[in-house]
Design a protein. Structure first.
Lengths: 578, 103
């Protein structure tokens, strides 16, 4: 097989496998592990409007622009003008590439009504034209879109088939990497069985509509001599061309960060082990309508941008302007972050696209914007865009995608009224690392918001319910009243707190009174003690005085006796006075 | 092919025919021979044949929208008609040139 040596081999051929020509189409090269088989034809088939022509065209254009491989587009259906216009909307300037001799376009017009057949013929004219076009630009890539038109133009089918066989052999001999497109047939890949001739690589495009929502899918039916992704991959067509999503190649081996990031609400950070969410974790905020889910997400987005990190906020219910206005009313101004380019608000209706197209879109936005945080508000709407299984599969892929990139994901889930609180109807709860539940607490004709941390993997988190207040200054978390009266919130809590305050005041006064009383008693006792002491001292003095008097009297007695003794004789008195 | 009720309405004075071939293949040679025979029999004196070898002029294949070889193009009279094949079926050639109504 003729392989052109001059080609810049962007994708090195893996050991022992065949050389590949990269398509440059986002995602397709990943699925095919490098691109289309170089120097061989590839069949791209699918129903009308599924993007065959576009895929083929993008292969050529990107080949010319990115890989320095010139190409030939042989169009059997569209004219050069049509093609130029079609690709201009994808940001490619076909006219310029044609003028630069990088791409040659040949429109083959076959009008059965003006052709009569008499006798034998062949399609040498087609070969000549193709050969001339290839030679004119030195093409390495060729697109034939779509060959099956030939079957409508000529009646001799046996001749056509042998000519097609010759054409594919000829293309291989030329060593060009070719894409042949074919219309999907009943019970076969293509209406005319082109897959018989192209056996190296077959790509099937599909465009399904389920519940009024369309999803494009791509599958590699076969790829001889190479491994390839075998699943159906959703793909998108947007202003940058085709984006295929190689989603299921993801495995459960994403890195786990120990870094913690703030939720934007200090009290909530406290509840989450004092530090907030883990970076790269997935956070679910669920709750019924009007419980403040969006507000909590906006706080998180705000905190993210305040750290100087980019945040992608996907709103499926509100327009960006409305969201900014509403959040401003609770003290979060997202406007400056948008201007700074840190916050990207994307709003779209979930039913606008198929669920996989949504995923593809998110994938693309994540690739482009490279955010550190992605908020999806709400995910419950995906269930309306597809089936529940689809929604779950989609979210699983989304979580994997974000985790693999260490992007912290916040999912907002609207719990339908009457549903169990601890249930998400998209069944993602088991995939979530941190689950915050917001719920109404209805008490005494009042609805208040309560916040729990239902689970938070890998951290010690508060198991308490907090009252969640949304004020014009912002979000506040308050302890709820838990006491003999039960769990109270809102004005009941306030009333209960007031009652308790009053009771405390009364208790305080009571204590003060008792203290005063005690002081009084103490003073009285002290007075009593003083009196007793005085009495004691008086008695003491008295006894001293009495003793003194006694002694004085005795002294006097003695002296009188001595005097008498002296008067009677001296010696007795001397002895007594000793 | 649709049937034409008035196959040759104006009987034009001039027929301009162009035969595209690719080299001297048996099919091409047969086509040239068959064409000359038909013209002599039905359009004597008022026809003009130009044989174009696309191997020498490949660009013309694109310009004139030629896919099959050989292709006979009736440039005049209007409208342009294309007849592909070696013209071995004279009856169909005449119908194709609108020299005879389709039976």
């Amino acid at each position: 097989m003729g392989k052109s040596e001059a080609l810049p081999s962007r994708v090195k051929a893996q050991r022992g496998t065949l050389a590949k020509a990269p398509t440059g189409i986002s995602g397709l090269d990943e699925i095919t592990l490098g691109g289309l088989p170089r120097g061989r034809p590839t069949l791209v088939c699918g129903a009308a409007g599924c993007g065959k022509t576009l895929l083929a065209m993008e292969f050529l254009l990107r080949g010319a622009e990115q890989f320095g491989e010139t190409g030939v587009f042989m169009a059997f259906e569209e004219t050069e003008q049509d093609l130029t216009q079609n690709v201009r909307s994808l940001g490619f300037d076909l006219e310029k590439l044609i003028a630069e001799n990088k791409i040659a376009v040949d429109h083959v017009h076959i009008e059965a009504a003006e052709i009569a057949e008499t006798g034998e013929y062949d399609l040498e004219g087609l070969f000549l034209r193709l050969g001339m076009a290839i030679d004119s630009v030195g093409a390495k890539r060729v697109v034939l879109d779509t060959l099956e038109t030939l079957f409508g133009g000529f009646t001799n089918q046996a001749l056509l088939r042998s000519e097609l066989r010759r054409l594919f052999r000829w293309l291989k001999d030329k060593g060009v990497t070719a894409i042949i497109t074919g219309e999907r047939g009943e019970g076969s890949l293509t209406r005319q069985g082109l897959e018989e001739y192209v056996s190296d690589c077959v790509i099937l495009l599909d465009h399904r509509v389920r519940e009024q929502v369309s999803t494009r899918r791509l599958r590699i039916v076969k790829y001889r001599g190479s491994t390839h992704g075998t699943n159906e991959y959703p793909f998108l067509i947007d202003e940058n061309g085709i984006h295929v999503l190689p989603l299921t190649s993801l495995q459960l081996n994403h890195p786990a960060s120990n870094e913690r990031i703030s939720s934007g609400v200090p009290r909530l950070d406290n509840m989450l082990g004092g530090e907030g969410y883990y970076r790269g974790s997935s956070v679910l905020i669920s709750g019924t309508a009007g419980t403040g889910k969006t507000s909590l997400s906006a706080y998180f987005a705000n905190a993210t941008c305040a750290r100087g990190e980019r945040c992608l906020y996907l709103a499926f219910e509100e327009s960006p302007q409305q969201l900014v206005r509403n959040m401003k009313s609770i003290g979060v101004d997202l406007g400056p972050w948008i201007k700074k380019g840190l916050l990207r608000l994307e709003a779209s209706r979930p039913t606008l696209l198929g669920i996989e197209a949504h995923l593809a879109l998110i994938h693309k936005m994540v690739n482009e914007f490279e955010p550190r945080v992605v908020v999806i508000d709400p995910i419950s709407n995906f269930a309306t865009a597809g089936t529940e299984t689809d929604a779950q599969a989609m979210l699983l892929r989304l979580i994997d995608l974000l985790k693999a990139r260490q992007i912290t994901a916040m999912f907002v889930h609207l719990t339908a009224g009457g549903n169990a609180w601890e249930k998400t109807d998209v069944g993602v709860s088991s995939l979530i690392d941190t689950w915050i539940l917001l719920r109404d607490i209805e008490l005494a004709g009042e609805r208040n918001r309560g916040l729990y941390v239902l689970k938070s993997r890998g951290m010690k988190h508060s198991n308490q319910i907090r009252e969640f207040l949304i004020t014009s200054e912002g979000i506040r978390l308050e302890d709820v009243y838990v006491g003999p009266e039960g769990v109270l919130t809102g004005s009941m809590r306030a009333a209960q707190e007031d009652r308790e305050k009053a009771a405390a005041l009364i208790r305080g006064q009571e204590i003060e009174r008792k203290q005063r009383e005690l002081a009084h008693r103490r003073a009285a006792l002290e007075a009593q003690i003083a009196a007793l002491r005085a009495e004691f001292e008086a008695t003491d003095n008295e006894s001293k005085r009495v003793a003194e008097q006694d002694r004085a009297r005795e002294d006097q007695l003695i002296s009188e006796r001595t005097a008498a003794a002296i008067r009677r004789g001296a010696d007795v008195a001397k002895r007594n006075r000793k | 092919m649709s049937s034409r009720k008035n196959g040759n309405p104006h009987d034009p004075a001039k027929w301009e025919l162009r035969l595209y071939t690719a080299g001297q293949t048996p099919k091409s040679l047969a086509a040239i021979k068959n064409l000359k025979k038909v013209c002599e029999e039905h359009l004597a004196g008022k026809y003009e044949i130009e044989v174009i070898d696309l191997l020498k002029n490949p660009r013309l294949a694109k310009d004139d929208q030629i896919v099959a070889i050989p292709t006979l193009v009736r440039k005049l009279p209007d409208p342009v008609r294309k007849i592909i094949g070696d013209l071995s079926d004279t009856e169909r050639t005449l119908v194709g040139l609108q020299l005879r109504q389709q039976s």
